[in-house]
Design a protein around this ligand. Structure first.
Ligand SMILES: NC(=O)c1ccc[n+]([C@@H]2O[C@H](COP(=O)([O-])OP(=O)(O)OC[C@H]3O[C@@H](n4cnc5c(N)ncnc54)[C@H](O)[C@@H]3O)[C@@H](O)[C@H]2O)c1
Length: 285
C-alpha cells in the first residue's frame, strides 16, 4: 500500500505540496480549519490536474488514480493516522506553528516526520516546542510548487540523520531536487532574494532607476526569466516586504533594513498581482 503524507493548510503551498504528493503515488490527506478551505484547496488541485489531462500531460486513468488517493478533512487527529510524514503549510506565524507542532507531536508516533514549510522561521525553535525534535525538519518548497524544482531541506539542531535522509528521499520521489541547508536566517534562496528585492525597492524609492528599467536590465543582462519587481508583484509586495523585515529582525544587519517603499506600497494596498497593482498595474477582470 502507498505511504501516506498529511498536509496541514490547504492554501497556495499546501495544495501544491498535496498535488505533487498524489502525483508521486502517495496517499494524501489535506487538513484545514474549515471544510470550505479544504474544498477550495482540493478544488484547485482538481483544476490543475484536469488541465494536465486536457494538455495531454496526464491520462484520464492517471487522473482518476491520483484523485482517488486524495482526501480532505478539518480533523487533524483523524488525518494523521498511519502517516509517514506531516507537512505543515499554515500562515507564517510562530505562535500558530507552535500550537500545531505541539498537537502533531502528541498525536503522531515518534517515527512520523514533522516538516514545516516555513520561509523565515527557525526550524530549531519550531522543533524545540516538541518532545521529539529529532523528527522535526524544514522542507521549504517554492511557488508554484508543481513547477519549481527546488526544495530546501533544513536540518534543525536536533534533526536526526534518519529524519533528514527519509525527507530527502520523499522530496526526490516528489520529483524535486532537495538541497540540505543549515538552519540559518533565509536559508539559501531568501538570503539572496531579500537583498535583491530590497535593493530594487531602494533604487526606485531613491529615484536611481524605474521598475521597468531594473527588470529589463536583469532580464537582458543576466538572463533572468522575470524581472525583480515582476517577481515581487507575483509573490506579493507584502510577502516580500515581510520576508525582508524578518531577515532584518533575525540578522540585525543593515543590508536587510527594509526599504521604506514596501511600507508605503503595503499601506496603499499595492500588493502586486493579487490587488491589481504593485510595481505594475494588472487587469483584474
Ligand atoms: N506563498 C509562497 O510563495 C510561499 C513560498 C514558500 C513558503 N511559504 C510558506 O508556506 C506557508 C503557507 O503559505 P501559503 O502562501 O500557502 O499561505 P496561505 O495563506 O495560502 O494558506 C495557509 C492556509 O493555512 C490554513 N490554516 C491556518 N491555520 C490553520 C490550522 N490551525 N490548521 C490547519 N490549517 C490552517 C489557512 O486556512 C490557509 O488555508 C507559510 O509558512 C509561508 O511562509 C510560502
Amino acid at each position: 500500500m502507498s505511504e501516506k503524507i498529511v498536509v496541514i493548510g490547504a492554501g497556495t503551498m499546501g495544495a501544491g505540496i498535496a498535488q505533487i504528493a498524489i502525483e508521486a503515488g502517495y496517499v494524501v490527506n489535506i487538513v484545514d480549519t474549515e471544510m470550505d478551505f479544504v474544498n477550495r484547496g482540493m478544488g484547485n488541485i482538481n483544476k490543475f490536474l484536469k488541465k494536465k489531462v486536457e494538455k495531454g500531460k496526464l491520462t484520464q486513468a492517471q487522473y482518476d488514480d491520483n484523485i482517488s488517493r486524495l482526501s480532505g478533512t478539518n480533523n487533524t487527529a483523524e488525518a494523521v493516522v498511519d502517516a509517514v510524514m506531516v507537512v505543515e503549510a499554515v500562515f507564517e506565524k510562530f505562535e500558530l506553528k507552535k500550537e500545531i507542532f505541539q498537537k502533531l507531536d502528541s498525536l503522531c508516533p515518534p517515527n512520523v516526520i514533522l516538516a514545516s514549510n516555513t520561509s523565515t522561521l527557525s526550524i530549531t525553535s519550531i522543533a524545540a516546542v516538541t518532545n521529539n525534535p529529532a523528527r522535526v525538519i524544514g522542507t521549504h518548497y517554492f511557488s508554484p510548487v508543481p513547477a519549481m524544482r527546488l526544495v530546501e531541506v533544513i536540518r534543525g539542531k536536533e534533526t536526526s540523520d534518519a529524519t533528514a535522509n527519509k525527507t530527502v528521499d520523499i522530496c526526490k520521489n516528489f520529483g524535486k531536487v532537495p538541497i540540505v541547508v543549515k538552519d540559518i536566517p533565509g536559508f539559501i534562496v531568501n538570503r539572496f532574494l531579500c537583498l535583491i528585492y530590497n535593493e530594487a525597492a531602494n533604487m526606485i524609492s531613491n529615484g536611481d532607476a524605474g521598475a521597468k528599467e531594473i527588470d529589463e536590465a536583469m532580464k537582458l543582462g543576466c538572463n533572468w526569466p522575470m524581472g525583480i519587481t515582476e517577481i515581487i508583484d507575483l509573490a506579493g509586495v507584502d510577502v516580500c516586504g515581510n520576508a525582508i523585515a524578518a531577515m532584518y529582525q533575525m540578522t540585525g544587519e543593515e543590508r536587510y533594513k527594509p526599504s521604506p517603499l514596501f511600507e508605503k506600497m503595503i499601506a496603499g494596498k499595492k500588493l502586486g498581482r493579487k490587488t491589481g497593482e504593485g510595481f505594475y498595474k494588472y487587469d483584474t477582470n
